[in-house]
Design a protein around this ligand. Structure first.
Ligand code: BTN
Length: 226
């Protein structure tokens, strides 16, 4: 697959859109982003030394009802990549990757639908590697450099991640790496804040709480209680 390397761009998730008209699968990687985008309209600090990666993929007959596969596949690919470099990470549902309770990687996905199918997806992955963690997020973010006490080769990480992203997601594997199953959570849904325990993740990606309620990824915030 074509991999395009950029020194600097506003956002690899935006840049990759120029390949949509050719219906071409492509990976775009930038050394830094000036307008890195996060979930829920937040920005994603993207200084030099991190891995800022976006994959554009086109599909044939991929049912929209299985969009969860894309999210789970991306999260698992990151966890397995980190493991290959000696880091044990977990998935904070739906797709934050955490190590020692701090976020090491964020994933931002947008899918484009054509009737009942997914036409293409844009999967953006921001991994803190050798970059310094900005002061304002020091309490909640971590880098591979901090975990390992040494720098990693970004090219090797990029190749491993690209390979791992081609695997199909397995829900059992996803569950095995979950940071939330069995944990007490504070769930923030709009004005509504409540506590519960996560008991399972269902094959459609829903997070099941002990009261039987099902949560779907979206405008939702979870805090894991220690
Ligand atoms: C989040 O945790 O809020 C998601 C962060 C996603 C960041 C990545 S970095 C590569 C790609 N380009 C972007 O602008 N965002 C994603």
């Amino acid at each position: 697959m074509r991999i395009e390397r950029l020194k600097k761009t506003n956002s690899t998730n935006e840049y990759v859109k120029k390949f949509i008209k050719n219906k071409e699968d492509v990976i775009v990687v930038a050394d830094e982003q000036t307008g890195g985008m996060g979930t829920k309209g937040r920005s994603f600090i993207s200084e030099k030394g991190g891995l800022y990666f976006t994959k554009l993929s086109f599909y044939n007959n991929f049912p929209a009802s299985e969009s969860w596969q894309i999210m789970a596949g991306a999260a698992l690919a990151v966890v397995k990549t980190l493991l290959a470099f000696g880091i044990q990470a977990k998935i904070k549902w739906p797709n934050d990757i955490i190590v020692n309770g701090k976020k090491i990687c964020g994933i931002l996905i947008s899918n484009s639908f054509c009737s009942q199918n997914i036409d293409y997806s844009i999967v953006g992955i921001g991994l803190n590697v050798n970059n310094e963690i900005a002061e304002e997020i020091k309490d909640i973010a971590i880098s591979t450099k901090q975990v390992l006490g040494k720098e990693l080769d970004i090219e090797s990480l990029l190749l491993t991640l690209s390979l791992n992203l081609s695997a199909k997601a397995d829900i059992n594997e996803y569950r095995a790496y979950s940071a939330v199953i069995g944990k007490k959570l504070t769930v923030i849904r709009g004005e509504n804040i409540f506590e519960s325990v996560a008991v399972d993740i269902l094959p459609d990606g829903a997070l099941k709480l002990e009261n039987g309620e099902l949560l779907y990824a979206g405008e939702l915030n979870l805090k894991i209680k220690i």
